[in-house]
Design a binder for this molecule. Structure first.
Ligand code: SF4
Length: 254
């Protein structure tokens, strides 16, 4: 092999390497662009979802009746596995006679159980409510604490109840993920999670903080009226143009 042939081969090899490197760089930047593009599209879609929800559910708020933090706390505990409407039938009589923790702790588990019987799980709920009242009296001067850490230590109070109380009566930005919020947000694509905690985290990322509390109500309203668990009314849903569940053809598989 002559020296010239060797030189030519080397040059050819270098050009080929250059070409490969260029192609790799191009592929990487195309990937980067498409990822950035995707994120941009997702953000625009999320904004559109929130805009449409707000437009349609401007007046949405909690459907539980209450006049103070204590009443909302108790009503929310009662609302577990029960409808707000049913809770609203029971609470006026309950709060009229037992307006605060001091009065409520005079009841026995059984007596409270009789009053709240129609809300279901009355034994557990009455035990939790009375224990919660005792803790409120012993540790918080009879007041409902306004922070997650303290609220979730109360019997019968999980993150959802704590978030409902914090956002509705203490005006704190919070997203309570109940069954409707979980279902609707994951169908829409506002979240993509298998459990409540991750759904809450993703919603906090995808929804501006000042909209958390309102968005919680919008999603609940939409879940109750349109995006029902068994039979979502997709063809007539004003969000079907941006809904992942609908546009991924989940409906046609049903
Ligand atoms: S299009 Fe269907 S799945 Fe999507 S939000 Fe509307 S009702 Fe729910």
């Amino acid at each position: 092999m002559t020296e010239e042939t060797i030189k030519n081969d080397t040059a050819l090899g270098e050009r080929a390497m250059d070409k490969i490197e260029k192609q790799q760089t191009q592929r990487k930047s195309t990937k980067r662009i498409s990822k950035a593009q995707r994120i941009k599209e997702e953000q625009a879609r999320n904004q559109e979802i929130l805009r449409v929800l707000e437009e349609n559910y401007t007046e949405a708020g909690t459907e539980l009746d209450y006049t103070n933090p204590f009443e909302l706390l108790i009503a929310t505990i009662l609302a577990a596995q029960c409808t707000d409407r049913q809770v609203n039938k029971v609470t006026p009589g309950l709060f009229a006679k037992y307006p605060g923790p001091e009065e409520m702790v005079t009841l026995t588990d059984e007596e409270l159980g009789v009053i709240i019987h129609s809300c279901g799980f009355y034994k557990t709920k009455s035990r939790n409510i009375l224990q919660t009242c005792r803790i409120l009296l012993a540790e918080y001067g009879g007041q409902v604490p306004d922070n997650m850490e303290s609220l979730i230590k109360l019997p019968g109070v999980g993150r959802k109840t704590a978030n409902v109380v914090m956002s509705n009566v203490f005006g704190k930005d919070a997203i309570a993920v109940d069954t409707h919020v979980f279902r609707v947000s994951n169908r829409l694509g506002l979240a993509n999670a298998k459990d409540v905690l991750n759904t809450e985290k993703q919603l906090m990322e995808n929804i501006p903080k000042n909209k958390w509390s309102e968005a919680h109500h919008w999603l609940i309203h939409h879940g109750r009226r349109v995006c029902k668990a068994r039979k979502p009314d997709c063809p007539n849903c004003f969000l079907n143009h941006v809904c992942k569940y609908y546009n991924n053809g989940q409906m046609s598989k049903k």
